[in-house]
Design a protein around this ligand. Structure first.
Ligand SMILES: [Zn+2]
Length: 240
């Protein structure tokens, strides 16, 4: 069964990164990993459409897959090692792309994140790979992946009508924020709650917990701001 092949593969990276315990703490509240992976794969099927049959085996299966699903404690170690040359907080990072093609690895946390958001991260990181050739600045690439790839994923998962209605509703809940002479749409707790509900209505129930709140808030920001605003926000973050 392919599902187990993928989960088997994630240990490879674990071992290559150094000595870690083989015994993992399974979060008893999280669903069965195989069931969760089935949900992730079902979402990838929707997102990739006709390309699923080639993308899935090419990217997620085999002895050395490009996309490796890892538990949170591994992400904390990888982020600390700065394998992609950047400082990050591994406790909140969902995915990382390490190296350059053809020797590229995408690591995605699966254990403390809802399946929808795991699938989104896989698609997001692959979006980075596809944009690599364009040689955009790091922030420009990030802004584009967020605006085009993340939004596109939600549109494929839930439909154009859902996306349109949701964005229109979110726009009424966000607030205008002026920073460095630029006007952003800032997320609010009401907007975050509305997005949870909107996803729930579309069939994707996501537990309300701090890490999910943070991701949902960032998706609200992505959906209600232009790519230019996303870029400006990333640039502003880089200012020490
Ligand atoms: Zn990214």
């Amino acid at each position: 069964m392919n599902a187990f092949a993928t989960f088997g593969a994630m240990w490879c990276l674990t071992f290559s990164l150094g000595p870690v315990s083989h015994v993992r703490n399974q979060d008893v509240t999280s669903p069965d990993p195989a069931e969760k992976l089935r949900e992730v794969v079902a979402l990838l099927r929707i997102a990739w459409g006709k390309d699923f049959d080639s993308n899935y085996p090419n990217l997620l299966l085999g002895s050395s897959p490009t996309v490796v699903l890892i538990p949170r404690n591994e992400m904390i170690k990888i982020a600390a090692a700065r394998l992609d040359g950047r400082q990050r907080d591994g406790s909140t990072t969902q995915g990382l792309t390490i190296g350059e093609p053809p020797n590229v690895k995408i690591v995605v946390v699966y254990d403390d994140i809802a399946p929808l958001l795991v699938a989104r991260t896989i698609i997001h990181e692959i979006g980075h790979l596809e944009l690599r050739g364009k040689r955009l600045s790091r922030n420009r690439e990030e802004a584009r992946v967020r605006k085009i790839v993340d939004t596109g994923f939600l549109e494929k998962a839930f439909g154009r009508e859902w996306l349109k209605t949701t964005v229109a509703a979110l726009r009424k809940k966000v607030v205008a924020v002026k920073k460095n002479g630029r006007q952003y749409q800032g997320y609010t707790p009401e907007a975050v709650e509305m997005f949870y509900q909107s996803l729930e209505k579309a069939g994707a129930s996501i537990a309300r917990e701090p890490l999910h709140d943070q991701i949902i808030a960032s998706l609200v920001f992505i959906l209600t701001n232009s790519e230019g605003n996303l870029l400006a926000a990333l640039d502003a973050d880089d200012v020490p």
